[in-house]
Design a protein around this ligand. Structure first.
Ligand code: NAD
Length: 294
């Protein structure tokens, strides 16, 4: 069993991004610029946005963090997004989800300029991805592809099962694993909360992506020997042995599943850092496209 080490892979990819960004900045006199929007004070969102902004600094990108109170109206937020769309100095826009209940995430995402949609959530971005046209890829599935590529894991002909059908992980992951490309060319089954006999599907899978949001959901008896398991879940559970009283776990019962796997991602330090890599690669790409660098 080999651990797919998101920290090590992301460090490698970030060093490449940093080098390219430095050389492009020397040529253009500009730096890639990511604007992050945070609404309210959800501690998990604070932490995710914080690490994205820190990564920008690490890579020599500019970043702007816009914070708004949780009672900002949808109209006000859309006006702020429009300002970022119009701001020539901004290459990428990221709105941290979830948003407060009175704001429609679809409305917000639909109002981001697709040329700056570095999270890859806009309908035009996802439509292009579906059609196999050049586009930003949604950051988490993109990060997973980068990880598979790094470990030379060839998904061609594999039976893959994606558990979860969200617009940001499960659905695009299903499309990307099944596309005619590398990684890709797999036969993919997308499972979800209404799937009957989930275990019947997962037991046939050469590769499983778990993106459910339930701690320890994927058990050892659901995984065949030698399978590759990618754990997207981030769940906080109580843990009296920790100073904070809690810890993060994935959707996979790691301790029991790992011994059966050929490869498996841990949580934390698996998919999480790769998502940030996907976001940063998209931001660099947005910068290049907006500056006519091919
Ligand atoms: P979501 O809540 O939008 O979707 C969850 C999916 O799980 C749904 O499509 C649902 O059909 C499916 N599901 C629920 N119960 C099920 C069951 N019993 N059997 C089969 N399927 C079931 O979640 P999401 O936004 O896709 O996120 C999933 C998890 O991944 C969460 O823990 C989230 O925090 C995490 N996440 C991590 C990263 C990262 O960078 N590591 C990025 C995005 C999301």
């Amino acid at each position: 069993m080999q651990i797919l080490d998101g920290t090590a892979v992301s460090a490698h990819i970030k060093s490449q991004i940093k080098e390219e960004a430095a050389s492009l900045s020397a040529k253009t006199g500009k730096k890639p610029h990511l604007a992050a929007v945070l609404v309210g004070n959800n501690p998990a969102s604070e932490s995710y946005v914080g690490s994205k902004v820190r990564t920008c600094e690490e890579l020599g990108f500019d970043s702007t963090l816009l914070r708004f109170d949780g009672d900002i109206t949808e109209q006000q937020l859309l006006a702020e997004i429009q300002k970022l769309n119009d701001n020539e100095a901004v290459d990428g826009i990221l709105v941290q989800l979830p948003l407060p209940g009175h704001i429609s995430p679809d409305m917000v995402i639909n109002n981001i300029d697709p040329a700056k949609d570095v999270d890859g959530f806009h309908p035009i971005t996802q439509g292009k991805m579906l059609l196999g046209q050049r586009s930003f890829l949604p950051a988490t599935p993109y990060g997973i592809l980068l990880m598979l590529e790094h470990y030379n894991i060839d998904t061609t002909g594999m039976n893959c099962v994606v558990i979860g059908r969200s617009n940001i992980v499960g659905t695009p992951m299903t499309v990307l694993l099944g596309r005619n490309g590398t990684p890709g060319n797999a036969t993919v089954t997308m499972c979800h909360s209404k799937t009957k006999d989930l275990k019947e599907h997962t037991l046939r899978a050469d590769l499983i992506v778990a993106a459910i949001g339930r701690s320890f959901f994927l058990k050892a008896d659901m995984v065949k020997d030698g399978a590759i398991v990618i754990d997207v879940g981030i769940n906080r559970i109580d843990d009296a042995t920790k100073k904070s009283g809690s810890r993060l776990v994935g959707d996979v019962d790691f301790d029991n599943v790992a011994p059966k796997c050929s490869y498996i991602t841990p949580v934390p330090k698996g998919v999480g850092p790769m998502t940030i890599c996907g976001l940063m690669k998209n931001t660099l790409e947005a910068f290049k496209l907006r500056n006519n660098i091919h």
